[in-house]
Design a protein around this ligand. Structure first.
Ligand code: ZN
Ligand code: ZN
Ligand code: ZN
Length: 276
């Protein structure tokens, strides 16, 4: 299984669009991996996670082959994870297709409501674009993948989830925009005990110590990882990464790598490919 991080920042991007704080200034000056767009990832070459406005620039840069991807799971309805205005770009006039094939979004009710509002303006075109409603703890399949949305601790109005994704051989837990997992999610993990080949956790707060709600800091990432280890979900073979960063983590990519290593995590960056 392969995960490619296409974007690894929180909503404001990193450096922040309008921000002049010291951390953002250091990131701007350093460039390269210290520059992060809004969070998005691709499983293998065919299952997209989240759809920010930044998607377009990734396609233009030749890094994301969106015309040949047909499925996208959405974590929640915040704008840095779902930008429904670009749904129209798959409609006729904007997209010419050699083969009519639908692109399907999967998301919880608030994201589906945004999608419905967009489609109400455009008119439905099920041959091109669809959205399937998903619910926490209700496993569904997308081709060869088995996908389980798990409840996140984040803005409850977005009915946030994060995803356990299996291709039948390997398991990935990709969790952003969540604090320490809600008890319902721990109970599900306790019951099913998936052996994780890769774990990727929200690190919005980095070195801002003990950030437990809605997002996480590095020390809390370690606490979550250790609880998963006690349950047998994480082993010595699990590849552990952090993603979804903001300037509130107080560290640029270059600065974070050695610090995260002390906690047992590798640090993702835009374009980072992980085979596991
Ligand atoms: Zn976010
Ligand atoms: Zn800043
Ligand atoms: Zn969010």
């Amino acid at each position: 299984m392969k995960l490619t991080y296409h974007g690894t920042a929180a909503a404001e991007a990193f450096p922040g669009m309008f921000c002049t704080c010291d951390t953002c200034e250091r990131a701007r000056k350093a460039g390269g991996r210290n520059i992060r767009g809004r969070s998005q990832a691709l499983v293998n070459d065919d299952l997209l996670i989240d759809f920010p406005a930044d998607t377009c620039m990734r396609v233009l840069a030749g890094r994301l082959d969106l015309p040949h991807i047909y499925n996208c799971i959405i974590t929640h309805s915040h704008g840095d994870h779902f930008y429904p205005r670009d749904v129209e770009m798959r409609y006729p006039v904007y997209a010419h297709m050699k083969e009519e094939k639908p692109f399907t979004f999967y998301g919880t009710a608030p994201a589906k409501a945004l999608w419905d509002a967009e489609v109400a303006k455009l008119g439905p075109n099920e041959a091109r674009m669809r959205m399937q409603l998903v619910k926490p703890f209700e496993t569904f399949t997308i081709g060869r993948y088995t996908v389980t949305p798990l409840e996140a601790d984040h803005d409850p109005t977005t009915e946030p989830v994060f995803y356990l994704i299996s291709d039948g051989e390997k398991n990935l837990l990709y969790a952003n925009d969540t604090g320490v997992f809600p008890e319902a999610t721990w109970a599900w993990l306790e019951e099913h005990r998936p052996k994780l080949d890769m774990l990727s956790l929200d690190c919005t707060a980095g070195l801002s110590a003990v950030w437990r709600r809605h997002h996480m800091s590095l020390d809390v990432n370690a606490e979550v990882r250790d609880r998963l280890r006690e349950m047998g979900c994480v082993t010595d073979d699990t590849v552990c990464y952090v993603h979804h960063f903001s300037h509130n983590c107080l560290l640029t990519y270059d600065e974070m790598v050695p610090v995260a290593a002390q906690y047992g995590f590798a640090v993702s960056y835009d374009g980072c490919e992980v085979e596991f």
